[in-house]
Design a protein around this ligand. Sequence first.
Ligand code: UDP
Ligand code: MG
Length: 322
Amino acid sequence: MSILSIVLPAYNEEQNIANTARVLSEVLEENHIEYELVFVSDGSRDGTFSEIGKAARENPRIRGAEFSRNFGKEAAIFAGLGLAEGNAVIVMDCDLQHPPQAIPQMWKLWLEGAEVVEGIKESRGKEKLSYKLSAGLFYQIMSKLIKMDMKASSDFKLLDRKVVDTLLSLPERNTFFRALTFWAGFRTESVFYEVQERQFGESKWSFFSLMKYAITNATSFSTLPLQLVTVMGIVSILFSVALFIQTLVRFFSGTAVEGFTTVILLILIIGGFLMLSLGIIGHYIARIYEEVKGRPKYIISRTTEKNVIKTDEGSARSRQEV
Ligand code: UDP
Ligand code: MG
């Protein structure tokens, strides 16, 4: 009998855990799907983990882990993938914005041989205008850089065991789950869903956290910004050649001198380009620095089974190999 694992990252979601666990088990039991629910509390500062513990005592198919601090949703997803034991794994938000009603359909596609089932957003649901704008900008930048249409994609996906193991074997620390499944390939099917309203609490993303997320993911998935530096260099060289000629012509025709404006403008433009370029290069060096340090993606301080301290094994292994 095949088992479906559901991975649920949770950050300060104490109000959602019990309800989500109940709704999911109902849907899965109704559809006769063998399942386990894996909650990963991402260093929550409220009672999220004790809620997970309570749910786990009531239903043996529920398990959970707690991070030692907030490591971010990506880390929580990967921790959940590492803990999941099912033949297929679904990743979904624990605020029920990803409709559980789509799960039987995803499961059916998997039974029919799909290795990845992408959840595609049909509508973005009700969101604040500011959030819509920043999320819109975020996806536009991401889609351009990654060269994949990210607009409708989400973290709501089903992955076959093969795909999960592939993702877990990737050595990189700065992961972008949503795009990695595109990158990995495999036989992919899609399921369309309407984004639901959040059950309790509020969204954890602010404009700045989204921008940071965009820049981190863009640079971990694309080196295009680095090539941009070259382009800027070429543009300024062409510009200087033009000015060079103009200056010489003026010099020989005796109408030179009043070039003060040009000098100031040139200094500003070149200075701006240089600093921007250094910033972009610096950002990549920061990424390299983080990867080279080889620190684990997350640290698990507690699980519902026993109190163990665990980090992601992938990195422990890769450190030994070095
Ligand atoms: N989340 C997380 N760590 C974080 C932020 C969010 O694990 O640092 C989880 C959160 O608990 C939720 C999911 O990621 O299950 C999506 O977060 P949220 O609902 O705040 O984002 P939105 O739905 O507004 O995009
Ligand atoms: Mg949400």
